[in-house]
Design a protein around this ligand. Structure first.
Ligand code: GNR
Ligand code: NI
Length: 170
């Protein structure tokens, strides 16, 4: 069990594009376990490998109330997008910031399990939002990229200020 360090915006490594997992071996299983540990430790409902500086297409999700329904997605892909829905999102890589994002309401996605089985799932609601949010991470995209320029500028100002304050404390 290991808790990994989650990168925070504006770390440029969050912009890396993750590569396809070629072979699901013990190393991938260990990464997925550590990602689950990290997601639970940080009280997230999802985590993409990019957020812990691993450039491979691995996502973990658990949207259950009891935090006992872990999903591990290897090479996840969205195969259908339908409708639209707005939800308030947050991100472990953008602490203390929440905002409404519009995404597809119904999706179909497929992925490989750790046992190398190909699974196809239909989703709506929180799972659909979370899968879209996590696959965006694997492509170097953050939910704040969807916000207006004004909102992004305000957020950047806030983060620059925090960073300056941090430097005077250290
Ligand atoms: O914990 C998380 N909550 C969340 C809420 C609404 C929409 C998306 C998310 S994902 C986020 C964890 C995270 O940053 N995953 O990349
Ligand atoms: Ni996120």
């Amino acid at each position: 069990m290991a808790i990994l360090k989650v990168l925070h915006f504006p770390d440029p490594r969050l912009r890396n594009k993750a590569t396809i997992v070629k072979e699901i071996g013990p190393d991938i299983k260990e990464i997925a376990e550590n990602m689950l540990d990290t997601m639970y430790a940080e009280n997230g409902i999802g985590l993409a490998a990019t957020q812990v500086n691993i450039q491979q297409r691995i996502v973990v999700i658990d949207i259950s109330e009891e935090k006992n329904e872990p999903l591990i997605l290897i090479n996840p892909e969205i195969t259908k997008l339908e409708g639209s829905e707005s939800m308030r999102e947050g991100c472990l890589s953008v602490p203390d910031y929440y905002d409404i994002v519009e995404r597809a309401e119904n999706i179909e996605f497929c992925y490989k399990t750790l046992d190398n089985e190909l699974v196809t799932v239909n989703a709506d609601g929180l799972l659909a939002v979370c899968v879209q949010h996590e696959i965006d991470h694997l492509d170097g995209k953050l939910f704040i990229d969807y916000l207006s320029l004004l909102k992004r500028q305000r957020l950047k100002k806030k983060i620059d200020k925090q960073e300056k304050q941090q430097q005077t404390v250290l």
